[in-house]
Write a protein that binds this ligand. Structure first.
Ligand code: ADP
Ligand code: ADP
Ligand code: ZN
Length: 214
């Protein structure tokens, strides 16, 4: 199964992608996590991406498209994958179509998690991220067992710099202008699945599984 997740920043893409990946036994590929890991390790890519991310903008398409094309061509993706945070622009969606076509396959579904902007600001302030393994938590809605410590890997949990309210507003603007058009793009291809993301975590997951099939 080859899937992509659509939705505003904070809609729950990462949370749901991790659960879907575990259930269907496919790799979870988050471009945001890839960039954050590169920043943490001080790579050239990380240095280039950081200023765009801190400002709440998008990293240029040319820094992300080849990276994803290479990743999905790896052996562990041969039976499918779930992309979280990519594509985010129409040129990225076109690059993805070309990359899957080259592999002789196609994207099965684009899962769009719908959450209004009002709910997003509240979610982001409470988000805590593990920079070691990419897991995300929420101080109220999905709290870790021990304060500030990742359940999965024991790493330290942080409030991401780009989750401060001013940056979140900028990211929502970027989402509406650059990423939301992808909803029509996938709808026109007949593979859009829409899910109400204002439900609790488990209900959102049940809705997704209900649409994808067991
Ligand atoms: P969120 O989970 O809140 O939507 P991500 O972790 O996916 O955020 O992304 C964090 C930041 O990384 C984005 O604001 C953007 O700067 C950059 N980024 C991630 N994926 C992409 C992409 N596909 N294209 C451009 N920039 C990206
Ligand atoms: P995205 O990857 O789309 O940016 P995340 O999965 O990181 O979003 O979720 C953003 C924040 O909202 C996290 O703190 C997460 O724990 C929390 N969250 C995710 N889904 C829900 C939900 N259905 N209800 C309440 N909080 C949620
Ligand atoms: Zn962790």
């Amino acid at each position: 199964m080859r899937l992509i997740m659509l939705g505003a920043p904070g809609a729950g893409k990462g949370t749901q992608a991790a659960k879907v990946a575990a259930k269907y036994q496919i790799p979870h590929i988050s471009t945001g996590d890839i960039f954050r890991a590169n920043i943490k390790n001080g790579t050239e890519l990380g240095k280039k991406a950081k200023s765009y991310m801190d400002a709440g903008g998008l990293v240029p398409d040319e820094l992300v498209c080849d990276l994803v094309a290479d990743r999905i061509a790896q052996e562990d993706c041969s039976r499918g994958f779930i992309l979280d945070g990519f594509p985010r622009t129409i040129p990225q969606a076109e690059a993805l179509d070309a990359a899957v076509e080259k592999l002789g396959t196609k994207i099965d579904y684009a899962v769009d998690i719908e959450v209004p902007d009002e709910n997003i600001i509240e979610r982001m302030g409470g988000r805590r991220a593990c920079l070691s393994c990419g897991a995300t938590y929420h101080i109220m809605f999905n709290a870790p067992k021990k304060d500030g410590i990742c359940d999965t890997c024991g790493g330290e949990l942080v409030l991401r710099d780009d989750d401060k309210p001013e940056t979140v507003k900028k990211r929502l603007d970027v989402y509406h202008t650059q990423t939301q058009p992808l909803i029509d793009y996938y709808s026109a291809r007949g593979n859009l699945l829409e899910v109400d993301g204002t439900q609790g975590l488990e209900d959102v997951f049940a809705s997704i599984v209900g649409k994808l099939g067991e």
